[in-house]
Design a protein around this ligand. Structure first.
Ligand code: FEO
Length: 392
């Protein structure tokens, strides 16, 4: 296992899932993912931090071949991609104690066959000695489940932050060598998993102030040998500092909506606003989510189908609403043939966002001169809003 050592006596024993294409049967994984687990050897005790998705338990077991004793299995998070193999590990190591938060204890018992008497619940700030090394537990509730905790190994200045700081990025390199690629994946991961809970992250992040961190070993994606890379990015993302950007998410059936979106994107770009366009019938929703980490403006485009928005527009709006991006301005570009309540229904789905709703552009049939003028006017309105935010 020497080539898996990320710090003295700490080994990466998780699995790379190159083939997985969806998470939660919803979120596309264009780069696959990893389920990271770490073996920490102390002079007296050995601990395993997290396990792997049960579909890849064999990989974890193969790394543990020859490891005769595991004294503690640390469950930082009850979600099955990390905890799903715990029953297998407890069976392999009958002397091992499962260590988790009090909330984690009740959730793990609910989720899988784990005898309660094998579990030790630890409080925020508790430590566990492995002999010459120590595991300190830091509760981080709602990042992203209520039971989550982080683990700190002070002797190596090593933080195991569970899902926090993670990325869905399959790579056979243990460390984040390609920082730009890792950061792109981490931003997308943040958008999909952490963004709705950024308030909880902001409340808990100060717990890491003053903690010396030389390595961050998350539960998904590469290990950070330069922690500032991801820590600085999270500070920026959680603060929801807007950039001079707009996201245009649309679907079109016969070209009317698409031609308006294309025209409108050009109008925004001509005013110096960075514009990203997503065709909801073909785009990866994770890319839209990532764009909304910084973009203060979202414009949704849809034709009218059976009296309302196209179903892909409804799905996109529903997801955006659920992800709670820090968007400030929302508008719609809508086409219709003979009637409908498309704007009303779209607005209703987005009602969870605290935004300024800008007047939509609604066009009957193919767009004409008046419609293009309305699009120009909407672009001017957005320009003024961005100026108010001092983005240009
Ligand atoms: Fe990677 Fe929330 O599980």
């Amino acid at each position: 296992m020497n080539n898996r050592e990320i710090a003295r006596g700490v080994y990466a024993v998780g699995a790379i899932d190159w083939e997985r294409q969806l998470f939660d049967a919803l979120i596309p994984l264009p780069d696959g993912t990893t389920y990271n687990a770490y073996l920490v050897r102390g002079s007296e005790k050995t601990a395993l931090i997290d396990t792997v998705d049960p579909s890849m338990a064999e990989v974890l077991l193969s790394y543990l071949d020859g490891v005769e004793r595991v004294d503690y299995v640390i469950s930082q998070h009850a979600e099955q991609d990390h905890s799903g193999s715990i029953p297998i590990l407890l069976e392999k190591y009958p002397g091992a104690t499962l260590v988790t938060t009090p909330k984690g204890k009740s959730m793990l018992v609910d989720l899988m066959p784990i005898p309660e008497e094998r579990i030790r619940a630890v409080d925020d700030g508790d430590s566990l000695s492995l002999g010459d090394r120590t595991l300190r537990f830091i509760h981080f509730p709602w990042v992203h489940w209520p039971e989550t905790m982080l683990t700190y190994l002070p002797e190596e200045k090593l933080l195991f932050p569970c899902d926090l700081f993670g990325s869905h990025l399959a790579s056979d390199e243990l460390f984040a060598v390609d920082e730009a690629r890792t950061l792109r994946a981490a931003k997308r991961y943040y958008a999909e998993i952490m963004m709705p809970l950024r308030g909880a992250i902001a409340r808990s992040l100060p717990k890491l102030d003053g903690v010396e961190i030389a390595i961050i070993a998350p539960s998904h994606g590469p290990v950070y040998g330069r922690p500032a890379l991801i820590q600085d990015a999270y500070r920026h993302w959680v603060a929801a500092e807007p950039t001079n950007a707009a996201a245009l998410a649309y679907v079109s059936m016969h070209g009317s909506t698409q031609s308006m979106i294309t025209y409108f994107g050009d109008a925004l770009a001509s005013k110096g606003i960075d514009t990203e366009v997503f065709d909801l019938s073909a785009s990866d929703i994770g890319e839209l989510a990532a764009a909304l980490v910084d973009a203060p403006t979202l414009v949704m485009g849809t034709p009218t189908v059976l009296g309302g928005p196209h179903p892909y527009a409804m799905l996109g709006a529903y997801l955006v609403n659920a992800l709670r991006p820090p968007v400030r301005y929302v508008s719609a570009i809508v086409s219709y043939g003979w009637g409908g309540k498309t704007v009303e229904k779209l607005t209703e789905v987005l009602s969870g966002l605290k935004v300024d709703l800008l007047d939509p552009v609604v066009c009957q049939g193919a767009p004409g001169e008046a419609d293009f003028q309305a699009l120009d006017a909407l672009a001017v309105t957005i320009l003024e809003k961005h100026k108010e935010l001092k983005l240009l």
